[in-house]
Write a protein that binds this ligand. Structure first.
Ligand SMILES: [Zn+2]
Length: 577
């Protein structure tokens, strides 16, 4: 009897792997595989469910189908393996291809999906408008991709070219032209042996606000939930399982992003999500209080650092069991040998690269290497990075100002860069692309955070508490002036764009993705009311800012960070007493 065979199969798979506890942007430190809800209690529940299903009428022998959904999101122009601090040669399409091929060899029902934002990241992608990424997706055999907001970073014609180049459809059910036509296919139905799967795409309505307005002026972004409410009942009639490929994001509030989609639209079995760069160790499960129907939400971090794997067991048009795994793609830890040498042990299994795909990428890599010697400007004097962790620094000012300039259109009040993120001098003379990589070796993007006054106050408190020489020492943009008391470790005076800091209002702060994720102790930045990752590389933003300044730059500082070493009045009094 198939259901008892299924139980036996499940029992054989009852291996418990501990979940990993990893922070955003840190490397994983344990096996990622986790058998999500398989406990003895669930097994008993499943037995009960089977018997009650028999009572309810369906034939006891109805088959259980096994579907493997492999997924990525926000790969953001990372077609070839790259340096992710602290380790080299992480990720890349060629290693991902090896894993996908292997899983296809083990399971007959496999879907490979991407939840959008393939565009904008490293030069190997940016310089060729994501052509290498799409060629790699074609090679791997992706089944579909959702349109993310960053698919509108280029002109609409570029997106149309990308769709033509792809052997798989770009899906979105809620992006229309002003004439009311869909921009692309809303959904596809995939037929497997004995069952069908509907996959529909959704693009965050946020695109309206965060995309470059020029590129979307002829488009309308409909409310994702309203569109899904219309579409899902139709898809339920056509397929056994409904998957939303949603570039919407996972947030704390269930009134936002994919949680809102799951809670307001009934009948979606799986949401393969993107946009918020969320690293999960288990799916988020949302249960419809009326029907008891469960919707799983998954996301696979970013940059192809992991490949998400969801196994769905489907019976009678219902998902009766699932598993989830985030497979690390050659992520590494750092280890110091007794002789001082650094080694980078791989987390999990080392995945060999598919040699054919490596060859396909090589011309792009070669071209990038030659382009990095390109001169982008001229430094009249050396911008030294000495003291960048102790006091205001001209290079720090330049980097922070570039972030402010880039995000000014979003109403940003000031920008913040950690001194420790600046690693080299900008020498007098020609400025090359390569020197930008030396100054800013970390692949950070520019992030805009909306913070309430209390959070901004704790940000300033933290800045004031920093010891001289710490990597988190702040470098700030024009518009912010802060006086730090080195004795009391408190801030004394803060002016933001000519006004005293007002803890009663919200502020928009641009920073790098490392600090936005709580790096260097800036944990308060995780408490943002909203966070938007522009995905523009900090390095590219700096290059464009230098070009904007006319190419020739000269170091100077303007009194943004000041120090006093006076005890506060009350402290002096205590001391005296
Ligand atoms: Zn996005």
């Amino acid at each position: 009897m198939p259901s008892s065979i299924y139980l036996l199969y499940s029992l054989l798979r009852t291996v418990y792997y501990p979940p990993y506890f990893a922070h955003e942007d840190s490397v994983m430190n344990a096996s990622t595989k986790r058998l999500v809800n398989f406990t003895a209690a669930v097994l008993v529940g499943l037995l009960l469910a089977c018997s009650s299903m028999n009572e309810a009428g369906p034939p006891s022998g109805s088959p259980v189908h096994h579907l493997v959904v492999l997924h990525t999101n926000d790969t953001h122009g990372h077609p070839v393996k790259f340096f992710k601090a602290p380790a080299p040669d992480v990720g890349g399409l060629a290693a991902r291809a090896t894993i996908v091929k292997r899983i296809r060899g083990q399971s007959k029902n496999v879907l490979v999906l991407d939840a959008g934002d393939i565009n904008t990241g490293r030069p190997e992608s940016n310089l060729f408008k994501a052509r290498p990424d799409i060629e790699g997706f074609n090679y791997i055999g992706y089944d579909a991709m959702a349109i993310g907001n960053h698919e509108f970073d280029n002109a609409l014609d570029v997106l149309k070219e990308q769709m033509k180049l792809a052997d798989f459809p770009f899906l979105s059910a809620n992006v229309r032209t002003k004439q009311g036509e869909l921009l692309t296919l809303p959904y596809i139905i995939k037929e497997f042996d004995g069952f069908k799967v509907a996959i529909f795409g959704l693009t965050t309505k946020e695109t309206e606000f965060v995309a470059h307005q020029e590129n979307i002026r002829d488009l309308v972004f409909q409310d994702e939930v309203e569109v899904a409410k219309q579409l899902v009942p139709e898809l339920k009639k056509q397929a056994d399982v409904v998957i939303a490929l949603a570039h919407m994001g996972i947030y704390n509030s269930s009134e936002l992003g994919s949680k809102r989609l799951a809670s307001e639209v009934s009948g979606i079995d799986l949401i393969v999500d993107g946009h918020s760069h969320t690293k999960l160790d288990a799916p988020i499960v949302m249960t419809d209080p009326e029907s008891g129907h469960k919707t799983l939400i998954v996301q696979a971090w970013k940059w192809g650092l992991v490949l998400g794997r969801v196994d769905l067991f489907i019976q009678e048009k219902r998902v009766i069991e699932y598993e989830f795994e985030a497979i690390p793609i050659n992520l590494k830890e750092i280890e110091k040998k007794p002789d001082g040498a650094m080694v980078y042990p791989i987390i999990g299994e080392e995945i060999p690269e598919d040699p054919k795909l490596v060859r396909l990428m090589k011309p792009y890599v070669d071209r990038v290497n030659s382009l990095l010697s390109k001169v982008i400007g001229q430094a009249e004097e050396t911008f030294s990075y000495r003291g960048v962790r102790k006091r205001e620094n001209a290079l720090g000012d330049l980097v922070a100002d570039s972030m402010l300039w880039y995000t000014k259109y979003m109403g940003v009040d000031f920008a913040l860069q950690n001194g420790g993120g600046i690693r080299a001098d900008l020498p007098k003379g020609p400025i090359t692309q390569r020197s930008m990589h030396e100054i800013l070796p970390f692949d950070n993007s520019v992030v805009v955070l909306t913070l309430d006054g209390a959070t901004v106050r704790s940000l300033f408190d933290y800045m004031a508490s920093m010891s001289s020489g710490e990597g988190g020492f702040p470098q700030v943009s024009a518009g912010l002036s802060i006086t730090l008391n080195t004795l009391t470790k408190k801030y004394e005076k803060i002016m933001i764009n000519g006004e005293p800091f007002d803890p009663g209002r919200t502020y928009k702060v641009a920073t790098n993705s490392y600090l936005a994720a709580g790096g260097d102790g800036y944990r308060m930045l995780l408490n943002g009311l909203h966070s938007y990752d522009s995905s523009a590389s900090l390095r590219d933003v700096l290059i464009r800012y230098i070009e904007h300044l006319g190419g020739t730059i000269k170091p100077h500082i303007s009194g943004r960070i000041n120090f006093t070493d006076q005890r506060t009045h009350s402290e002096s009094m205590q001391k005296a007493a």
